[in-house]
Write a protein that binds this ligand. Sequence first.
Ligand code: FAD
Length: 432
Amino acid sequence: MTPVPETLWHATAAAIPPFPPLAGGAEADLLVVGGGFTGLSAALHAAEAGLRVVLVEAEGIAFGATGRNAGFVVPNFAKVDPDDVRAKLGEPRAARLLAMAAGSADLVFALIRRHGIACEALQSGWIQPSHSDAALARARERVRQWQALDRPAELLDAEAVQALTGVRGWRGGWIDRSGGVLNPVAYARGLALAAAAAGAAIHEGTPVTALEREGQGWRAATPGGDIRATKVLLATNAHAGGLWPRLARSFFPLKVFQIATEPLAPSVRDRLLPGGQCVSDSRRNLFTFRFDAGNRLITGGMHILGPGAATRVPRAILARMARALDLPEAPRLQFSWSGMAAVTPDFLPRLIEPAPGLLAAFACNARGIALTTALGPELARWAAGEPADNLAPPLAPLRAIPFHGLARMAPNALLPLSILRDRRESPPGLAR
Ligand SMILES: Cc1cc2nc3c(=O)[nH]c(=O)nc-3n(C[C@H](O)[C@H](O)[C@H](O)COP(=O)(O)OP(=O)(O)OC[C@H]3O[C@@H](n4cnc5c(N)ncnc54)[C@H](O)[C@@H]3O)c2cc1C
Protein backbone atom coordinates (compact mmCIF):
# COMPACT_ATOMS: atom_id res chain seq x y z
CA MET A 1 0.00 0.00 0.00
CA THR A 2 1.18 3.57 -0.72
CA PRO A 3 2.09 5.41 2.53
CA VAL A 4 -0.61 7.63 4.08
CA PRO A 5 -0.36 11.14 2.58
CA GLU A 6 1.11 13.90 4.79
CA THR A 7 -2.00 16.03 5.04
CA LEU A 8 -3.11 18.08 8.02
CA TRP A 9 -6.24 15.94 8.11
CA HIS A 10 -4.47 12.58 8.26
CA ALA A 11 -2.20 13.97 10.98
CA THR A 12 -5.03 15.26 13.18
CA ALA A 13 -7.98 12.86 12.61
CA ALA A 14 -8.48 10.16 15.23
CA ALA A 15 -7.18 6.80 14.02
CA ILE A 16 -9.61 3.92 13.52
CA PRO A 17 -8.75 0.21 13.32
CA PRO A 18 -7.72 -0.72 9.74
CA PHE A 19 -10.20 -2.63 7.58
CA PRO A 20 -8.46 -5.87 6.51
CA PRO A 21 -7.65 -6.59 2.85
CA LEU A 22 -9.99 -9.07 1.22
CA ALA A 23 -8.84 -12.64 1.76
CA GLY A 24 -10.84 -15.22 -0.22
CA GLY A 25 -13.90 -14.56 -2.32
CA ALA A 26 -16.99 -12.49 -1.54
CA GLU A 27 -20.52 -12.04 -2.86
CA ALA A 28 -22.58 -8.86 -2.83
CA ASP A 29 -25.63 -7.12 -4.22
CA LEU A 30 -23.43 -4.02 -4.62
CA LEU A 31 -19.66 -3.85 -4.99
CA VAL A 32 -18.32 -0.35 -4.42
CA VAL A 33 -14.85 0.36 -5.83
CA GLY A 34 -13.24 3.31 -4.03
CA GLY A 35 -13.20 4.42 -0.40
CA GLY A 36 -13.77 8.16 -0.80
CA PHE A 37 -16.93 10.12 0.00
CA THR A 38 -18.79 8.83 -3.09
CA GLY A 39 -18.15 5.18 -2.32
CA LEU A 40 -18.60 5.54 1.44
CA SER A 41 -21.90 7.41 1.25
CA ALA A 42 -23.23 4.95 -1.34
CA ALA A 43 -22.12 1.98 0.78
CA LEU A 44 -23.69 3.45 3.92
CA HIS A 45 -27.05 4.18 2.30
CA ALA A 46 -27.18 0.87 0.38
CA ALA A 47 -26.34 -1.12 3.54
CA GLU A 48 -28.98 0.82 5.48
CA ALA A 49 -31.45 -0.15 2.74
CA GLY A 50 -30.72 -3.81 3.49
CA LEU A 51 -28.42 -4.63 0.55
CA ARG A 52 -25.33 -6.83 0.88
CA VAL A 53 -22.53 -4.35 0.25
CA VAL A 54 -18.79 -4.86 -0.22
CA LEU A 55 -16.55 -1.77 -0.51
CA VAL A 56 -12.95 -2.16 -1.63
CA GLU A 57 -10.31 0.55 -1.52
CA ALA A 58 -6.95 0.06 -3.25
CA GLU A 59 -5.10 2.05 -0.57
CA GLY A 60 -6.72 3.33 2.65
CA ILE A 61 -10.05 5.08 3.36
CA ALA A 62 -9.76 8.73 2.22
CA PHE A 63 -6.56 8.12 0.26
CA GLY A 64 -7.78 10.10 -2.78
CA ALA A 65 -9.26 13.61 -3.06
CA THR A 66 -11.44 12.82 -0.04
CA GLY A 67 -8.45 13.02 2.30
CA ARG A 68 -6.65 15.85 0.49
CA ASN A 69 -9.24 18.60 0.15
CA ALA A 70 -9.75 21.77 2.18
CA GLY A 71 -12.77 20.57 4.15
CA PHE A 72 -15.14 23.23 2.74
CA VAL A 73 -18.73 21.98 2.69
CA VAL A 74 -20.31 23.82 -0.26
CA PRO A 75 -23.86 23.08 -1.41
CA ASN A 76 -23.69 24.37 -5.00
CA PHE A 77 -21.83 23.93 -8.30
CA ALA A 78 -18.45 25.45 -9.09
CA LYS A 79 -19.34 27.47 -12.19
CA VAL A 80 -22.97 26.69 -12.86
CA ASP A 81 -26.12 28.24 -11.39
CA PRO A 82 -29.67 26.86 -11.16
CA ASP A 83 -30.83 28.62 -14.35
CA ASP A 84 -27.87 27.12 -16.25
CA VAL A 85 -28.81 23.66 -14.96
CA ARG A 86 -32.41 24.15 -16.15
CA ALA A 87 -31.23 25.35 -19.57
CA LYS A 88 -28.89 22.38 -19.91
CA LEU A 89 -30.97 19.52 -18.51
CA GLY A 90 -34.57 20.67 -18.83
CA GLU A 91 -37.24 19.58 -16.37
CA PRO A 92 -37.75 17.33 -14.45
CA ARG A 93 -34.02 16.44 -14.49
CA ALA A 94 -32.91 19.91 -13.46
CA ALA A 95 -35.31 19.97 -10.51
CA ARG A 96 -33.94 16.62 -9.29
CA LEU A 97 -30.31 17.69 -9.50
CA LEU A 98 -30.99 21.10 -7.93
CA ALA A 99 -32.88 19.52 -5.03
CA MET A 100 -29.94 17.17 -4.46
CA ALA A 101 -27.40 20.01 -4.47
CA ALA A 102 -29.54 22.36 -2.40
CA GLY A 103 -29.90 19.83 0.42
CA SER A 104 -26.37 18.47 0.19
CA ALA A 105 -24.68 20.42 3.02
CA ASP A 106 -27.64 19.84 5.33
CA LEU A 107 -27.29 16.11 4.61
CA VAL A 108 -23.57 16.15 5.50
CA PHE A 109 -24.21 17.78 8.88
CA ALA A 110 -27.26 15.59 9.55
CA LEU A 111 -25.21 12.41 8.91
CA ILE A 112 -22.49 13.71 11.22
CA ARG A 113 -25.05 14.27 13.98
CA ARG A 114 -26.89 10.99 13.35
CA HIS A 115 -23.74 8.85 13.45
CA GLY A 116 -21.95 10.90 16.09
CA ILE A 117 -18.94 11.55 13.83
CA ALA A 118 -16.28 13.63 15.61
CA CYS A 119 -14.82 15.60 12.69
CA GLU A 120 -14.58 19.22 13.87
CA ALA A 121 -17.74 19.97 11.89
CA LEU A 122 -19.14 23.50 11.99
CA GLN A 123 -22.18 24.51 9.94
CA SER A 124 -20.96 28.09 9.93
CA GLY A 125 -21.60 29.00 6.30
CA TRP A 126 -19.66 29.30 3.04
CA ILE A 127 -18.79 32.78 1.81
CA GLN A 128 -18.02 33.77 -1.78
CA PRO A 129 -16.65 37.34 -1.85
CA SER A 130 -16.80 39.22 -5.17
CA HIS A 131 -13.57 40.62 -6.60
CA SER A 132 -15.24 43.01 -9.08
CA ASP A 133 -18.51 44.78 -9.79
CA ALA A 134 -19.34 42.22 -12.47
CA ALA A 135 -18.73 39.41 -9.95
CA LEU A 136 -21.00 41.16 -7.44
CA ALA A 137 -23.74 41.33 -10.08
CA ARG A 138 -23.31 37.57 -10.58
CA ALA A 139 -23.48 37.05 -6.81
CA ARG A 140 -26.79 38.95 -6.74
CA GLU A 141 -28.12 36.57 -9.42
CA ARG A 142 -26.82 33.50 -7.61
CA VAL A 143 -28.51 34.59 -4.38
CA ARG A 144 -31.80 35.19 -6.18
CA GLN A 145 -31.71 31.76 -7.83
CA TRP A 146 -30.73 29.78 -4.70
CA GLN A 147 -33.19 31.72 -2.51
CA ALA A 148 -35.92 30.68 -4.95
CA LEU A 149 -34.98 27.10 -3.99
CA ASP A 150 -35.42 27.96 -0.30
CA ARG A 151 -31.71 28.07 0.40
CA PRO A 152 -30.30 30.25 3.21
CA ALA A 153 -28.42 32.43 0.69
CA GLU A 154 -27.82 36.12 1.43
CA LEU A 155 -26.20 38.94 -0.48
CA LEU A 156 -23.46 40.75 1.46
CA ASP A 157 -22.18 44.28 0.91
CA ALA A 158 -18.49 45.16 1.14
CA GLU A 159 -18.75 46.07 4.85
CA ALA A 160 -20.49 42.79 5.70
CA VAL A 161 -17.83 40.77 3.86
CA GLN A 162 -15.10 42.67 5.68
CA ALA A 163 -16.81 42.10 9.04
CA LEU A 164 -17.21 38.36 8.41
CA THR A 165 -13.78 37.71 6.88
CA GLY A 166 -11.55 40.41 8.39
CA VAL A 167 -10.29 41.21 4.88
CA ARG A 168 -10.63 44.54 3.06
CA GLY A 169 -11.07 45.14 -0.65
CA TRP A 170 -13.79 42.78 -1.85
CA ARG A 171 -16.78 44.50 -3.48
CA GLY A 172 -19.30 42.43 -1.52
CA GLY A 173 -20.32 38.81 -1.97
CA TRP A 174 -22.76 36.21 -0.69
CA ILE A 175 -23.09 33.51 1.90
CA ASP A 176 -24.89 30.18 1.98
CA ARG A 177 -25.41 29.54 5.67
CA SER A 178 -25.98 25.80 5.19
CA GLY A 179 -22.30 25.33 4.21
CA GLY A 180 -19.43 24.98 6.65
CA VAL A 181 -16.21 23.21 7.49
CA LEU A 182 -14.98 19.84 8.75
CA ASN A 183 -11.94 17.57 8.91
CA PRO A 184 -12.51 15.43 5.80
CA VAL A 185 -10.44 12.43 6.91
CA ALA A 186 -12.29 12.24 10.22
CA TYR A 187 -15.61 12.59 8.37
CA ALA A 188 -14.67 9.83 5.88
CA ARG A 189 -13.54 7.50 8.66
CA GLY A 190 -16.81 8.17 10.47
CA LEU A 191 -18.77 7.31 7.33
CA ALA A 192 -16.75 4.10 6.96
CA LEU A 193 -17.52 3.05 10.55
CA ALA A 194 -21.20 3.89 10.04
CA ALA A 195 -21.31 1.85 6.81
CA ALA A 196 -19.62 -1.09 8.54
CA ALA A 197 -22.07 -0.83 11.45
CA ALA A 198 -24.92 -0.94 8.91
CA GLY A 199 -23.50 -4.22 7.55
CA ALA A 200 -21.16 -3.21 4.71
CA ALA A 201 -17.93 -5.25 4.41
CA ILE A 202 -15.01 -2.86 3.90
CA HIS A 203 -11.55 -3.86 2.70
CA GLU A 204 -8.58 -1.51 2.48
CA GLY A 205 -5.47 -2.45 0.50
CA THR A 206 -7.72 -4.20 -2.00
CA PRO A 207 -7.42 -2.94 -5.59
CA VAL A 208 -9.84 -4.24 -8.19
CA THR A 209 -7.54 -5.28 -11.02
CA ALA A 210 -10.12 -6.48 -13.57
CA LEU A 211 -13.87 -6.46 -14.08
CA GLU A 212 -15.75 -9.01 -16.15
CA ARG A 213 -19.39 -9.61 -16.88
CA GLU A 214 -20.51 -12.96 -15.45
CA GLY A 215 -24.09 -14.10 -16.07
CA GLN A 216 -26.42 -11.26 -15.02
CA GLY A 217 -23.77 -9.76 -12.73
CA TRP A 218 -20.06 -8.99 -12.43
CA ARG A 219 -16.85 -10.64 -11.29
CA ALA A 220 -14.17 -8.34 -9.89
CA ALA A 221 -10.63 -9.63 -9.50
CA THR A 222 -8.57 -8.51 -6.49
CA PRO A 223 -5.22 -9.87 -5.22
CA GLY A 224 -7.03 -11.59 -2.34
CA GLY A 225 -9.82 -13.23 -4.35
CA ASP A 226 -12.75 -12.56 -6.67
CA ILE A 227 -15.91 -10.67 -5.73
CA ARG A 228 -19.17 -11.61 -7.43
CA ALA A 229 -21.71 -8.81 -7.39
CA THR A 230 -25.03 -8.04 -9.03
CA LYS A 231 -24.04 -4.39 -9.47
CA VAL A 232 -20.74 -2.52 -9.39
CA LEU A 233 -20.25 1.14 -8.57
CA LEU A 234 -17.00 2.74 -9.76
CA ALA A 235 -16.36 5.49 -7.22
CA THR A 236 -12.78 6.04 -8.34
CA ASN A 237 -13.04 9.74 -9.31
CA ALA A 238 -9.76 11.12 -10.74
CA HIS A 239 -8.07 7.83 -9.78
CA ALA A 240 -10.05 5.89 -12.41
CA GLY A 241 -6.83 4.49 -13.94
CA GLY A 242 -7.20 1.74 -16.50
CA LEU A 243 -9.94 -0.29 -14.82
CA TRP A 244 -12.53 0.58 -17.45
CA PRO A 245 -11.55 1.67 -20.98
CA ARG A 246 -11.98 5.40 -21.76
CA LEU A 247 -13.39 6.30 -18.32
CA ALA A 248 -10.21 8.15 -17.33
CA ARG A 249 -10.40 10.18 -20.55
CA SER A 250 -13.97 11.35 -19.93
CA PHE A 251 -12.97 14.09 -17.43
CA PHE A 252 -10.05 16.46 -16.79
CA PRO A 253 -7.78 15.44 -13.90
CA LEU A 254 -6.76 18.62 -12.08
CA LYS A 255 -3.87 18.78 -9.61
CA VAL A 256 -4.68 21.10 -6.70
CA PHE A 257 -2.31 22.08 -3.87
CA GLN A 258 -3.24 22.74 -0.24
CA ILE A 259 -1.24 24.12 2.66
CA ALA A 260 -1.75 24.59 6.40
CA THR A 261 0.27 26.94 8.59
CA GLU A 262 1.37 26.44 12.15
CA PRO A 263 -1.29 27.58 14.66
CA LEU A 264 -1.64 31.38 14.58
CA ALA A 265 -1.32 33.79 17.48
CA PRO A 266 -4.73 34.74 18.99
CA SER A 267 -4.24 38.39 17.89
CA VAL A 268 -4.20 37.31 14.23
CA ARG A 269 -6.74 34.50 14.63
CA ASP A 270 -9.32 36.77 16.23
CA ARG A 271 -9.18 39.32 13.41
CA LEU A 272 -9.95 36.79 10.66
CA LEU A 273 -13.14 34.75 10.20
CA PRO A 274 -14.44 35.15 13.77
CA GLY A 275 -17.49 33.06 12.81
CA GLY A 276 -15.40 30.12 11.52
CA GLN A 277 -16.78 30.09 7.97
CA CYS A 278 -14.87 29.07 4.86
CA VAL A 279 -14.17 31.48 2.00
CA SER A 280 -13.66 30.94 -1.75
CA ASP A 281 -13.70 34.17 -3.72
CA SER A 282 -14.88 34.82 -7.26
CA ARG A 283 -11.50 35.07 -8.97
CA ARG A 284 -10.57 32.69 -11.77
CA ASN A 285 -7.38 32.03 -9.81
CA LEU A 286 -9.48 31.26 -6.79
CA PHE A 287 -8.40 32.54 -3.37
CA THR A 288 -9.64 30.39 -0.47
CA PHE A 289 -9.11 30.27 3.26
CA ARG A 290 -10.40 28.84 6.54
CA PHE A 291 -9.07 27.80 9.94
CA ASP A 292 -8.93 24.31 11.38
CA ALA A 293 -9.83 23.59 15.01
CA GLY A 294 -6.18 24.17 15.99
CA ASN A 295 -6.14 27.75 14.57
CA ARG A 296 -4.06 26.78 11.54
CA LEU A 297 -4.79 28.74 8.38
CA ILE A 298 -5.59 26.58 5.38
CA THR A 299 -5.49 27.72 1.78
CA GLY A 300 -4.70 26.23 -1.60
CA GLY A 301 -4.71 26.70 -5.31
CA MET A 302 -3.57 25.67 -8.71
CA HIS A 303 -0.17 26.61 -10.01
CA ILE A 304 2.02 26.28 -13.00
CA LEU A 305 3.59 22.88 -12.63
CA GLY A 306 7.08 21.83 -13.73
CA PRO A 307 10.38 21.05 -12.00
CA GLY A 308 10.40 21.72 -8.26
CA ALA A 309 6.62 22.29 -8.09
CA ALA A 310 6.27 20.26 -4.88
CA THR A 311 8.32 22.83 -2.89
CA ARG A 312 7.92 25.96 -5.05
CA VAL A 313 4.12 25.91 -5.21
CA PRO A 314 3.36 25.67 -1.45
CA ARG A 315 5.71 28.62 -0.79
CA ALA A 316 4.01 30.70 -3.50
CA ILE A 317 0.58 29.83 -2.08
CA LEU A 318 1.70 30.80 1.43
CA ALA A 319 3.07 34.15 0.20
CA ARG A 320 -0.20 34.91 -1.61
CA MET A 321 -2.20 34.18 1.51
CA ALA A 322 0.02 36.40 3.68
CA ARG A 323 -0.54 39.28 1.19
CA ALA A 324 -4.25 38.65 0.76
CA LEU A 325 -4.92 38.49 4.52
CA ASP A 326 -2.52 41.33 5.34
CA LEU A 327 -0.65 39.18 7.86
CA PRO A 328 2.13 40.93 9.79
CA GLU A 329 4.53 38.21 8.60
CA ALA A 330 4.13 34.99 6.65
CA PRO A 331 3.33 32.22 9.16
CA ARG A 332 5.37 29.04 9.03
CA LEU A 333 4.16 26.20 6.87
CA GLN A 334 3.28 23.08 8.80
CA PHE A 335 1.69 20.91 6.11
CA SER A 336 1.55 20.95 2.32
CA TRP A 337 0.01 18.37 0.08
CA SER A 338 -1.74 17.97 -3.26
CA GLY A 339 -4.57 15.93 -4.69
CA MET A 340 -6.32 15.13 -7.92
CA ALA A 341 -9.79 16.50 -8.60
CA ALA A 342 -11.90 15.34 -11.55
CA VAL A 343 -13.45 18.12 -13.61
CA THR A 344 -16.19 17.51 -16.16
CA PRO A 345 -16.56 19.62 -19.32
CA ASP A 346 -19.88 21.10 -18.06
CA PHE A 347 -18.82 21.37 -14.36
CA LEU A 348 -21.76 19.19 -13.27
CA PRO A 349 -21.66 15.86 -11.44
CA ARG A 350 -22.33 12.95 -13.75
CA LEU A 351 -23.12 9.29 -13.94
CA ILE A 352 -21.85 7.00 -16.67
CA GLU A 353 -23.24 3.50 -17.20
CA PRO A 354 -20.69 1.80 -19.45
CA ALA A 355 -22.49 -1.56 -19.25
CA PRO A 356 -25.62 -2.94 -17.58
CA GLY A 357 -25.19 -3.06 -13.81
CA LEU A 358 -21.98 -1.01 -13.89
CA LEU A 359 -22.13 2.67 -12.94
CA ALA A 360 -19.42 5.29 -12.57
CA ALA A 361 -20.34 8.26 -10.40
CA PHE A 362 -17.83 11.04 -10.10
CA ALA A 363 -16.62 14.50 -10.84
CA CYS A 364 -18.01 16.89 -8.32
CA ASN A 365 -15.60 19.51 -9.58
CA ALA A 366 -13.99 20.49 -6.29
CA ARG A 367 -17.43 20.75 -4.63
CA GLY A 368 -17.14 17.13 -3.64
CA ILE A 369 -17.78 16.90 0.08
CA ALA A 370 -21.43 17.90 -0.04
CA LEU A 371 -22.29 16.69 -3.54
CA THR A 372 -20.60 13.28 -3.29
CA THR A 373 -22.29 12.69 0.07
CA ALA A 374 -25.63 13.54 -1.51
CA LEU A 375 -24.91 11.12 -4.36
CA GLY A 376 -24.92 8.29 -1.81
CA PRO A 377 -28.70 7.94 -1.34
CA GLU A 378 -29.18 8.24 -5.11
CA LEU A 379 -26.66 5.49 -5.82
CA ALA A 380 -28.27 3.29 -3.17
CA ARG A 381 -31.60 3.65 -5.03
CA TRP A 382 -29.86 2.47 -8.21
CA ALA A 383 -28.35 -0.49 -6.36
CA ALA A 384 -31.86 -1.38 -5.19
CA GLY A 385 -33.27 -1.39 -8.73
CA GLU A 386 -33.98 2.21 -9.83
CA PRO A 387 -32.80 2.86 -13.42
CA ALA A 388 -29.73 5.14 -13.49
CA ASP A 389 -31.58 7.53 -15.77
CA ASN A 390 -34.05 8.31 -12.97
CA LEU A 391 -31.38 9.49 -10.50
CA ALA A 392 -30.64 13.13 -9.74
CA PRO A 393 -27.30 13.57 -11.55
CA PRO A 394 -27.45 13.41 -15.34
CA LEU A 395 -26.58 10.11 -17.00
CA ALA A 396 -24.00 10.83 -19.69
CA PRO A 397 -22.65 8.54 -22.40
CA LEU A 398 -19.09 7.30 -21.94
CA ARG A 399 -17.18 9.56 -24.29
CA ALA A 400 -13.47 10.30 -24.31
CA ILE A 401 -12.74 14.05 -24.48
CA PRO A 402 -11.11 14.79 -27.86
CA PHE A 403 -7.34 15.52 -27.61
CA HIS A 404 -7.53 14.61 -23.93
CA GLY A 405 -3.72 14.51 -23.57
CA LEU A 406 -3.50 18.19 -24.53
CA ALA A 407 -6.84 19.42 -23.19
CA ARG A 408 -6.01 18.20 -19.67
CA MET A 409 -3.10 20.69 -19.57
CA ALA A 410 -5.39 23.65 -20.28
CA PRO A 411 -6.37 24.71 -16.72
CA ASN A 412 -2.72 25.02 -15.62
CA ALA A 413 -1.45 26.39 -18.93
CA LEU A 414 -4.12 29.11 -18.97
CA LEU A 415 -3.46 30.17 -15.37
CA PRO A 416 -1.24 33.20 -16.20
CA LEU A 417 -4.00 34.56 -18.43
CA SER A 418 -6.58 34.03 -15.67
CA ILE A 419 -4.36 35.88 -13.18
CA LEU A 420 -3.99 38.79 -15.61
CA ARG A 421 -7.74 39.03 -16.13
CA ASP A 422 -8.39 38.87 -12.36
CA ARG A 423 -5.93 41.73 -11.84
CA ARG A 424 -7.51 43.91 -14.51
CA GLU A 425 -10.92 43.50 -12.89
CA SER A 426 -9.94 43.84 -9.24
CA PRO A 427 -10.00 47.15 -7.38
CA PRO A 428 -6.58 48.47 -6.26
CA GLY A 429 -7.41 47.81 -2.58
CA LEU A 430 -7.75 44.04 -3.07
CA ALA A 431 -4.45 42.28 -2.32
CA ARG A 432 -3.37 39.65 -4.79
C1 FAD B 1 -6.74 19.55 -3.30
C2 FAD B 1 -8.24 19.43 -3.37
C3 FAD B 1 -9.04 20.30 -2.64
C4 FAD B 1 -10.43 20.14 -2.64
N1 FAD B 1 -11.17 20.93 -1.80
C5 FAD B 1 -12.49 20.67 -1.68
C6 FAD B 1 -13.24 21.33 -0.68
O1 FAD B 1 -12.72 22.09 0.13
N2 FAD B 1 -14.57 21.09 -0.62
C7 FAD B 1 -15.17 20.18 -1.47
O2 FAD B 1 -16.38 20.02 -1.39
N3 FAD B 1 -14.47 19.50 -2.38
C8 FAD B 1 -13.14 19.70 -2.49
N4 FAD B 1 -12.42 18.97 -3.37
C9 FAD B 1 -13.10 17.90 -4.15
C10 FAD B 1 -13.42 16.68 -3.29
O3 FAD B 1 -12.33 16.37 -2.45
C11 FAD B 1 -13.72 15.49 -4.21
O4 FAD B 1 -14.75 15.84 -5.11
C12 FAD B 1 -14.19 14.26 -3.45
O5 FAD B 1 -13.34 13.95 -2.38
C13 FAD B 1 -14.25 13.08 -4.40
O6 FAD B 1 -14.54 11.92 -3.66
P1 FAD B 1 -14.61 10.53 -4.40
O7 FAD B 1 -15.00 9.52 -3.40
O8 FAD B 1 -15.46 10.64 -5.62
O9 FAD B 1 -13.12 10.26 -4.93
P2 FAD B 1 -11.74 10.04 -4.19
O10 FAD B 1 -11.73 10.56 -2.83
O11 FAD B 1 -10.66 10.52 -5.11
O12 FAD B 1 -11.66 8.45 -4.03
C14 FAD B 1 -11.43 7.57 -5.09
C15 FAD B 1 -10.80 6.34 -4.47
O13 FAD B 1 -10.85 5.26 -5.40
C16 FAD B 1 -9.73 4.43 -5.09
N5 FAD B 1 -9.49 3.55 -6.25
C17 FAD B 1 -9.17 3.93 -7.51
N6 FAD B 1 -9.06 2.84 -8.30
C18 FAD B 1 -9.32 1.75 -7.52
C19 FAD B 1 -9.37 0.34 -7.77
N7 FAD B 1 -9.10 -0.17 -8.98
N8 FAD B 1 -9.69 -0.49 -6.74
C20 FAD B 1 -9.98 0.03 -5.50
N9 FAD B 1 -9.93 1.34 -5.22
C21 FAD B 1 -9.63 2.20 -6.21
C22 FAD B 1 -8.61 5.43 -4.84
O14 FAD B 1 -7.52 4.87 -4.13
C23 FAD B 1 -9.34 6.52 -4.07
O15 FAD B 1 -9.20 6.38 -2.68
C24 FAD B 1 -11.04 19.13 -3.44
C25 FAD B 1 -10.24 18.29 -4.23
C26 FAD B 1 -8.85 18.43 -4.18
C27 FAD B 1 -8.01 17.50 -4.99
